[in-house]
Design a protein around this ligand. Structure first.
Ligand SMILES: [Mn+2]
Length: 439
């Protein structure tokens, strides 16, 4: 997408090479995936390969070598093939690839077996996700065999295999300015698409129609498309957390949960709103919506530099527990509910996940010292919810067949938190206006 600042691939690579020390990292492209037969899904690059190199094409392999003086960034790419290019579009030759991605060397893929092994065997630790690619599995096994053979004579050679996440996750969890620009744009587009889709929510409309409105809103604004499978779940469908069939017709008495987000330049947004098919919303279900909004507010208040995601979840959980007591769903006090985890049947998921190149983005939630501290540049969701599956709530039957979730995307800033999706309201009265409710 135009107008966005360039992603700092060279600086990232230098940082990765620094952290690799005596190691290397091997990043294969995501495989082309088939929907059925020979029909391909639209190609989406592997997040780690894209993060480290910016390379978007399939069938390539990147090698970074922290221990080496030369050929520190090497790319293997498929050779040009006129017949194939007629179908899939023009390819660059290795010289063009080298100029465009800043690699120290670019080789044709057919040389990967022998060259790849030699490139890897000089370092001690190979960072590679075993099983990611058959060609890479073979080369890594050969490099480790080499290392074993040469170590007794030369005192050096590859001898350890470590997941690339050990290097990349801690880098990816703090977003740089260019990444934040993309997350901001994905959030902006997602908010606009929700504002367009909300007035369409009413009885008799298919869940698929709301899905189409959301995704049309993403794509028509230039987003890559949905970052993940859009959820439009009416009534009890919302109690299935990852319901994606979107194949039911909305009934006039349903609550409708919409969980969707645009992807911009491989960066995701992730929003959930829940509204009734018919306004006004009154009674227990309105109260339950207010409980979730209160939990959202409490969770956002805990999003501060130096805080933790665990504290964010605790704040949301306490508000949910107090709310369930207030609704008459469980017996109080809230401390007892929390201690006995009686709220978990109605709020079974975590409040937050990291957000970035992946919707559930890379990054540890805990380390050896406990929960990871929130620092500026971290981006994550806040998404408390309440789910009352049929038969789950005999004390307040009016709530059964309802799932409510409110989700926004939060950036930790120097002095607090910025809600990237702030353009979409949470208050029921404002949502009613957006839905075009006649009062
Ligand atoms: Mn989410």
């Amino acid at each position: 997408m135009t107008g966005l600042p360039p992603l700092p691939f060279k600086a990232r690579r230098d940082a990765i090479l620094d952290r690799l020390e005596h190691g290397s990292i091997l990043l294969p492209a995501a495989p082309v995936r088939y929907k059925s037969g020979d029909s391909e899904y639209r190609y989406r690059p592997d997040s780690e390969l894209f993060y480290a190199t910016g390379w978007r094409d399939p069938e390539c392999i990147a090698v970074l070598r922290g221990f080496a003086d030369e050929d520190r960034f090497v790319l293997f790419v498929p050779e040009r093939d006129e017949k194939l290019e007629l179908w899939t579009g023009p390819r660059m030759d290795p010289g063009e690839v080298k100029a465009s991605c800043g690699a120290d060397a670019v080789f044709p893929m057919r040389e990967f077996g022998e060259r790849g092994r030699r490139l890897l065997c000089g370092g001690e630790v190979i960072h590679y996700r075993l099983g990611a690619s058959a060609a890479c599995d073979d080369v890594v096994a050969a490099a480790l065999r080499d290392g074993r053979a040469r170590r007794p004579r030369r005192g050096a050679g590859a001898r350890a295999l470590v997941d690339p996440g050990a290097i990349l996750d801690a880098m990816r969890v703090r977003k740089d300015a260019a990444e934040i620009a993309r997350l901001r744009e994905a959030a902006r587009i997602s908010v606009a698409a929700f504002r367009e889709a909300l007035p369409r929510v009413r009885g008799g409309v298919g869940e698929w129609e709301i899905e189409a409105a959301l995704e049309s809103g993403f794509r028509s604004r230039g987003a890559d498309g949905p970052a993940f499978a859009t959820i439009v779940a009416a009534g009890a469908n919302a109690c299935t957390l990852h319901y994606t069939a979107n194949g039911s017709r909305i009934a006039a008495g349903d609550m409708v949960l919409m969980d969707a987000g645009a992807e911009v330049d491989c960066y995701a947004a992730d929003i959930t709103r829940t509204v009734p098919a018919s306004w006004p919303l009154e009674g227990a279900r309105r109260d339950a919506c207010e409980v979730v909004r209160g939990a959202h507010r409490a969770a956002v208040a805990a999003c501060v530099p130096g805080g933790t995601m665990a504290a964010v979840h605790e704040a949301a959980s306490r508000a949910i527990a107090e709310g369930l007591v207030g609704l008459g769903v469980v017996d109080g006090p809230a401390d007892k509910v929390l201690e006995e985890r009686a709220h978990r049947g109605f709020f079974p998921h975590q409040t937050s996940h990291w957000l970035g190149l992946d919707t559930h983005d890379a990054g540890a939630y805990r380390d050896a010292d406990g929960p990871v501290a929130l620092v500026p540049g971290m981006v994550f969701t806040v998404e408390p919810g309440l789910y009352f599956a049929p038969g789950s709530c005999p004390r307040v039957p009016a709530l059964e067949g309802t799932g409510i979730r409110l989700e926004d995307d939060v950036l930790i800033a120097d002095d607090g938190a910025e809600i990237l999706t702030v353009g979409l309201p949470l208050e029921l009265d404002v949502l009613a206006d957006l839905c075009g409710a006649v009062s």
